[in-house]
Ligand binder design. Structure first.
Ligand SMILES: C[S@@+](CC[C@H](N)C(=O)[O-])C[C@H]1O[C@@H](n2cnc3c(N)ncnc32)[C@H](O)[C@@H]1O
Length: 263
């Protein structure tokens, strides 16, 4: 067996040998991991899934799934309808599949050997990660572009730069971050309130919204997924973004008779 050049997080010789066998090759091939294997402690897994509010409607994807504990818990402990894990290391995938069988959830949890950067994640309702800041930052544009607004993204230990989390918590000394993928609402909108109309141009930076109305009033607000809250002229507006429309949501102290559409 020829061993590969040493790279950060290169797999150990036995893993390389196994991968060589799997490839039907006498020579082991190099797999360079972007992140070393370190399992998330079970109480941290439980809190990650709780913060993401995982439930029966959710399809959970864990990028870099290790021994499968997050995907397995999502189905077994939180009742997710299905979960998927991808890991570059075939040994981890074998281990995860065995763990899923043992947990009695093999029919609902799929593990695959592959590169997380090549995985289409568009179908996830919940994305979980225990990777690195640098890896999260590579994934960030994919997360923002391909995941549906409202998808929850939970990361153990690592942030996403200047995309502030919607929530964070610390469990057993481990920081957990939660982001909700924001709807895209930058651009020009017409707001109708009690029969009167005014234009507003909105700018968006992740969940933060700002803008100016045609009457030069400043607007500031925030999205959580598809739920938008903003204030203009001392009035609170709360609404649900539905594509090119925003419909009011009743909330204490909020304006009731209004709606908006893209103009
Ligand atoms: C820190 S561990 C996290 C394991 C598991 N998600 C958990 O929280 O317990 C990171 C995992 O990512 C895998 N990994 C590293 N680079 C990868 C890549 N490019 N594609 C897929 N998996 C990768 C490693 O093999 C390792 O199992």
């Amino acid at each position: 067996m020829t061993t590969a050049a040493i790279r950060p997080f290169s797999l150990c010789a036995s893993a390389l040998a196994l991968f060589g066998l799997l490839q039907g090759s006498a020579q082991a091939q190099t797999i360079t991991l972007d992140v070393p294997y370190v399992p998330t402690p079970q109480p941290v897994v439980a809190r990650m899934l709780e913060m993401a509010d995982v439930g029966p409607d959710d399809y959970v994807i864990d990028l870099g799934s290790g021994d499968g504990r997050i995907a397995i818990s999502a189905v077994k402990d939180r009742g997710a309808k299905a979960a998927y894990g991808i890991d570059l290391n075939p040994l981890r995938v074998e281990e995860a599949e065995a763990n899923a069988r043992q947990a009695g959830v093999a029919g609902k949890v799929v593990f695959e050997q592959g590169d997380l950067f090549e995985k289409d994640i568009a179908d996830a309702n919940v994305l979980t990660m225990y990777l690195l800041n640098t890896v999260n930052m590579r994934l960030r544009p994919v997360i923002l572009e391909t995941l549906k607004p409202g998808t929850r993204v939970v990361s153990h230990a690592f942030s996403m730069g200047d995309w502030e989390p919607d929530r964070s918590d610390i469990v057993e000394g481990a920081r957990i971050y939660l982001w909700v993928v924001p709807a895209k609402i930058a651009g020009s909108w017409m707001i109708e309130r009690e029969g009167e109309r005014f234009h507003v141009d909105l700018e968006q930076r992740f969940q933060e919204i700002s803008g100016t109305t045609e009457h030069q009033e400043r607007l500031r607000g925030r999205l959580q997924g598809t739920e938008l809250r903003f204030e203009v002229d001392g009035q609170l507006y709360v609404g649900q973004v539905e594509g090119d429309r925003i419909e009011p949501i009743s909330a204490e102290g909020a304006v009731t008779d209004w709606r908006a559409r893209r103009s």
